[in-house]
Ligand binder design. Structure first.
Ligand code: ARG
Ligand code: ASP
Length: 755
């Protein structure tokens, strides 16, 4: 983030920023914000060399030779992974493979709890639906995408031309390739000022090879999640399989381990403060250039409300999971998902306030406005006011949409009823059946019923000031005895945030649907009447011919209840949101051009969009609050300090206690201990989990898996004083494979180097 952005206005501040620039240029800063496009990394390579990097831009990304990029995969679409052996061995986070590990687990064979180690290749476990994707090449296709577009053109016509160009380019790039295993994505960058084409290759036979017990892989659980100091062994091993010609194929027992174009050498040298690090992976979505109202909405309204709602859900899950082992497994993945964003939103909102992001953005917008007036360009002068106007219109809709997702659809039964109908109607009986099977595998009615009671009321409470965003009254199935309506939800309103309990506008009376007074009665009726709380009944329905099954689903109370909401959201709220966002994104296209012109010295990087990026920085501690300083490396000593047999999150396996007692660290010992995690200044985001963290030689130092709490606002503003990514040290991973997994046969596959 550059000086102009950070400094107040005025001559003095200009002088300050000049000085600041000078300082910037003479002392290498330790933090380098940004997520860079691999193909254009040449722009940053000098800076990377200054920080110690020894390789070239060609080593990072090349189409002519094997390069670092060829060892990296998009894992399952939401995480990153990397190939670490010539036989397709793949490393990612435990939390990224969590769903797969859970899917293979049962109370008898609890791989979540006990870990899993395939002793031979034949024991490696296939995972239906899991894919890994390699990016084979990228290309700047801006000119080709914009071919035929003129400034004078209406937006609609412009978009039609662009869509057509994208379609043609995609087809051309795929020409001669097997479309089952090759895809093309053309992604707008800088809000459509630039376009990049990505040609990807997808592998569909990916098997689970190893995972530590959750007491290691998820050590610290949700208590330590997003927190430094951290001691989580967050890794899992998979293997990519290919057909006999080394090409991607559907799962087959005849497939063989994939031989990658490149795999990482592992460094056993370790890290110390100040060392160069680079993270190469797939950050999902950032919003570095948004206007102040968007940030205000996130920090002051959306996050607080969503935190409140998820907190209520977590209370129920945690209590019930604590009571029963089977429920603990069933809800492990769901709980982690709900909890993860719940906690991140808290850190993010607080970080935005601490960093003063809203005020800084407002000040920047004022300075921009003054400058815009001097350009005489009408599109620049009116830009901010137009965007603000759109944000005003967007906010209530966006809020409602979030309530539909976070409160209404928090009830699994409602979501399932809706999904099942859609699946059967659009995809067919087989898909519907498989949806039902996976739903019931992890469904526990008491949790869901209680969540319904609480969250359904919360949903109404949250939207009571905007009744036109609720469906009209006949929402409750006639059969429901509780279909009496009243103005305010009776249950759980005490917990609704004050902002939403304000007097309702008069307009709401006749039109609005109201939350039923006796939610308990409705819940009982709903959950005892619906077929979708019982597996056999649901399967019986699905066994009928499709027409009949659809009819039965559509007459089920759960479907009837949820349907009007889904329709309201789908046919009214979402289209309005989409239309406003469309207008906004056009204005953001201009905004991006304008701020690049206005803020000439600043180096811009494109927002994350789930495409491959390079971030770099150095290993560095930080000060989370006044008078406290954190060191950058944690060790096994910290695990022992946290160890607590009575606390689920910190109850480590006895073997690890024994190893520590005997200091039986073998070749993984460093300075009398074993390093566990470290932090650095790389700019990462959600999706970067599992990304390789590389040293100056491009060797693997660790696996990225998290960020520190105080810095989770980095998706909006990267504050180099507190934004840190958290990685598990590769030496700890190797130590665990060796000493906990007793899987030294896997270590033999690896290339381990001293540097
Ligand atoms: N916070 C990390 C990320 O966003 C790890 C999440 C998984 N761990 C957990 N305890 N829920 O994905
Ligand atoms: N834990 C995140 C992930 O899964 C990484 C992050 O948000 O920093 O991608």
């Amino acid at each position: 983030m550059l000086q102009l952005f950070k400094n107040p206005r005025g001559a003095l501040s200009l002088l300050c920023s000049a000085l600041f620039l000078l300082i910037l240029q003479t002392t290498p800063l330790r933090a380098d914000e940004g997520m860079w496009l691999p193909m254009l990394i040449g722009q940053k390579i000098d800076r990377m060399h200054e920080l110690g990097f020894k390789l070239t831009a060609e080593d990072i990304y090349s189409v002519n030779k094997a390069s670092l990029k060829d060892a990296i995969v998009h894992f399952g679409g939401g995480c990153t992974g990397e190939v670490i052996s010539a036989e397709g061995l793949l490393l990612t986070n435990h939390h990224c493979g969590y769903g797969q590990i859970q899917a293979h687990s049962s109370v008898e064979n609890d791989y979540l709890k006990d870990g899993f180690w395939a002793r031979t290749r034949t024991e490696e476990l296939p995972n239906q639906g899991l894919t890994v994707t390699f990016m084979r090449r990228m290309e700047d296709v801006t000119d080709l995408v914009l071919q035929g577009v003129t400034d004078a053109m209406e937006e609609k016509e412009r978009q039609q031309i662009i869509d057509k160009n994208i379609k043609d380019l995609t087809e051309k790039a795929l020409n001669g390739l097997d479309k089952r295993y090759n895809t093309v994505r053309i992604a707008p960058t800088y809000f459509g000022n630039q376009y990049f084409l990505y040609l990807n290759e997808i592998f569909r036979d990916v098997r689970l090879v190893g995972a530590p017990p959750s007491s290691i892989g998820k050590f610290g659980g949700d208590t330590d999640n997003w927190i430094w100091p951290r001691h989580t062994g967050d890794f899992a091993l998979f293997r990519i399989y290919a057909d006999k010609d080394n090409n991607p194929a559907e799962y087959s027992p005849n497939n063989v381990p994939y031989r990658p174009r490149y795999h990482f050498t592992i460094s056993s040298k370790g890290v110390k403060e100040g060392d160069f690090t680079m993270v190469y992976g797939y950050p999902g979505r950032t919003q570095q250039y948004v206007l102040s109202p968007a940030v205000e909405y996130i920090a002051l309204r959306s996050n607080p409300q969503k935190i409140h709602l998820r907190g209520l859900r977590l209370d129920v899950m945690n209590r019930e999971q604590g009571k029963d082992q089977a429920v603990r497994i069933q809800y492990a993945s769901k709980n982690a998902r709900v909890s993860n964003a719940w906690k991140r939103w808290q850190g993010e909102a607080r970080g935005i306030l601490n960093a003063g992001t809203i005020a800084k953005k407002k000040a920047f917008e004022e300075r921009f406005q003054q400058w815009a007036e001097t350009t005489g360009r009408d599109d620049y002068i009116t830009l901010i006011s137009k965007m603000k106007e759109l944000y005003n219109r967007l906010e209530p809709l966006q809020y409602a949409s979030e309530m539909y997702t976070e409160a209404l659809m928090a009830t699994e039964l409602l979501q399932f009823a809706d999904n099942l109908e859609r699946q059967l109607a659009r995809r067919g009986p087989e898909e519907a059946l498989s949806l039902a099977r996976s739903f019931f595998k992890d469904y526990y009615q008491p949790i869901d019923e209680e969540i319904f009671e609480i969250l359904f009321a919360e949903f109404y409470a949250a939207l009571q000031d905007t009744p036109d965003l609720l469906p009209t009254p006949d929402l409750l199935p006639a059969a429901a005895p509780a279909a009496r309506t009243t103005q305010a939800p009776a249950a759980h309103t005490a917990q609704a945030p004050a902002a939403h309990t304000a007097e309702a506008p008069a307009a709401r009376t006749a039109q609005a649907a109201h939350c039923p007074e006796n939610i308990r009665t409705l819940a009982q009726h709903l959950f005892s009447t619906s077929a979708f709380t019982r597996e056999q009944q649901t399967l019986d329905i699905l066994a009928k011919d499709s027409e009949q099954a659809l009819e039965l689903i559509r007459n089920d109370i759960a479907f009837k209840l949820v349907r009007p909401f889904v329709e309201k959201n789908r046919t009214e709220i979402q289209p309005l949101i989409a239309a406003i966002n469309q207008e906004l994104s056009l204005l953001y296209r201009t905004w991006m051009q304008a701020i690049m012109e206005f803020d000439k010295d600043r180096v811009f990087y494109p927002d994350a969009n789930s495409t491959l990026r390079v971030a770099f920085g150095t290993v560095a501690g930080y000060s989370p609050v006044d008078a406290v300083v954190y060191k950058p490396v944690s060790t096994i000593e910290g695990i022992m300090q946290k160890d607590d047999p009575n606390n689920f999150d910190y109850n480590i396996p006895q073997t690890l206690r024994n190893i520590h007692a005997e200091r039986n660290y073998g070749r993984w010992e460093t300075d009398g201990t074993v390093p566990v995690c470290f932090i650095a200044t790389n700019h990462t985001s959600g999706g970067n989990s599992g990304s390789p963290v590389l040293n100056a030689n491009g060797h693997l130092l660790g696996l990225n898996f998290d960020r520190v709490w105080e810095g989770t606002m980095s998706d909006i503003e990267f504050d180099s004083s507190v934004c840190r990514n958290i990685s598990v040290d590769i030496r700890y991973v190797l130590f665990l494979i060796d000493k906990i997994g007793n899987a030294d046969y896997l270590l033999r596959e690896l290339d381990i180097s001293q540097d």
